[in-house]
Design a protein around this ligand. Structure first.
Ligand SMILES: NC(=O)C1=CN([C@@H]2O[C@H](COP(=O)(O)OP(=O)(O)OC[C@H]3O[C@@H](n4cnc5c(N)ncnc54)[C@H](OP(=O)(O)O)[C@@H]3O)[C@@H](O)[C@H]2O)C=CC1
Ligand SMILES: CC1=C(/C=C/C(C)=C/C=C/C(C)=C/C=O)C(C)(C)CCC1
Length: 318
């Protein structure tokens, strides 16, 4: 009897899902960036542009006429992505450069070549990210999530901020996450040496993204360089690669999730929308201002994280 009830229940749920699939899909897709701004003559740098949200952001901005530099740790994968962008948009000015955010030598070498060969930078999109990987350290001994998602981008931005200022008006977009709500900056154990939880390490790094964007916006006031953070939505991408459960859940429930193209919309909005020309230090989701958790609004935590990051990277950034 119970078996029949369960089978009938599953049947009804499946039928309802199929019936409402187009509505669910439309809802899950979230907001689309409506701005038609062109980017002819503008130079854009996107980290982690070989796949997922980064690749779709690169395609969209290339379609708007920008020269798009795709910073990828695996240049072969980067060239494949660039080729697929060129296939969709033969006029796309896309180029691939090597950048491993898990290695400060790679970041410094990347920036050195970039500053020598590229003379303007109007949009920097700190998009690359790693989620829920097993405990690993970057080349410099930082825990991988905080090392790549926060410290790597912190150093990259520090090295390029002068060029952004010289190219102003310029924008920085920091791809964070709703996951910042569940994060705390564990100053006593930033690299999770005492205890490690891959989910919490990811949340900490995404909170660091929000705090960095807000503190940098404060410091860049008056420079005509703005910086905002973004939650792209829950996106069916390679981000779940380190978690089998998440990978299975994301593929089973893919109809409820955004595609990478849908997930790129808020980054594109923050990079191009006319009405955001003077908006800085804000957080966006679905192409609209979004809630920031109290721990992401703490000026004191943002300042402390800034100082700790400078110390860890051996830089002075006032
Ligand atoms: N997908 C989602 O649901 C959500 C994503 N986000 C954020 O969006 C951003 C993009 O994620 P998404 O497109 O989904 O994920 P993907 O895994 O598809 O893309 C991540 C990108 O980051 C790159 N990357 C990882 N480590 C490094 C490194 N050490 N140096 C340089 N590049 C690196 C990857 O390169 P490679 O392919 O070589 O590994 C890849 O290009 C991330 O910051 C993520 O935290 C936020 C909220 C939700
Ligand atoms: C609970 C639940 C789901 C939602 C997962 C969410 C909401 C994940 C968010 C991940 C983020 C924000 C990652 C990056 O930063 C699924 C997969 C639909 C499957 C059904 C169970």
């Amino acid at each position: 009897m119970w078996v029949l009830v369960i089978i009938a229940g599953i049947g009804v749920v499946t039928l309802l899902l199929l019936l409402f699939a187009p509505h669910i899909r439309r809802y899950a897709a979230g907001a689309a960036c409506a701005t038609a701004s062109r980017l002819d003559g503008k130079t854009v740098l996107i980290t982690g542009a070989n796949t997922g949200i980064g690749k779709e952001t690169a395609l969209d901005l290339a379609l708007r006429g920008a020269r798009v530099i795709m910073a990828c740790r695996d240049t072969e994968k980067g060239e494949e992505a660039a080729a697929s962008i060129r296939a969709e948009c033969p006029k796309a000015q896309v180029e691939v450069r090597e950048l491993d955010l898990a290695d400060t030598c790679s970041i410094r070498a990347f920036a050195q070549n970039f500053l020598r060969e590229v003379h303007q930078l109007h949009i920097l999109i700190n998009n690359a990210g790693v989620m829920m990987c097993p405990y690993t350290k970057t080349v410099d001994g930082f825990e991988m999530h905080i090392g790549v998602n926060h410290l790597g981008h912190f150093l990259l931005t520090y090295l390029l901020v002068g060029l952004l200022k010289r190219s102003a008006p310029a924008r920085i977009v920091v791809v964070s996450s709703l996951a910042h709500n569940f994060g705390w900056i564990r100053f006593h154990d930033l690299h999770s040496q005492g205890s490690y939880n891959s989910g919490l390490a990811y949340c900490q790094s995404k909170l660091a993204n929000v705090l960095f964007a807000r503190e940098l916006a404060r410091r860049l006031k008056g420079s005509d360089v703005t910086v905002n953070s973004v939650h792209p939505g829950t996106v069916n991408s390679d981000l779940t690669r380190h978690s089998t459960i998440m990978t299975i859940l994301f593929s089973v429930f893919s109809v409820f999730l955004k595609t990478p193209r849908e997930g790129a919309q808020t980054s594109i909005y923050c990079a191009t929308a006319e009405e955001l020309h003077s908006i800085s230090g804000k957080h966006f989701s679905d192409c609209a201002p979004a809630f920031v958790a109290p721990q992401g609004r703490s000026v004191e935590t943002a300042r402390k994280l800034w100082e700790v990051s400078c110390e860890l990277l051996g830089i002075e950034w006032d």
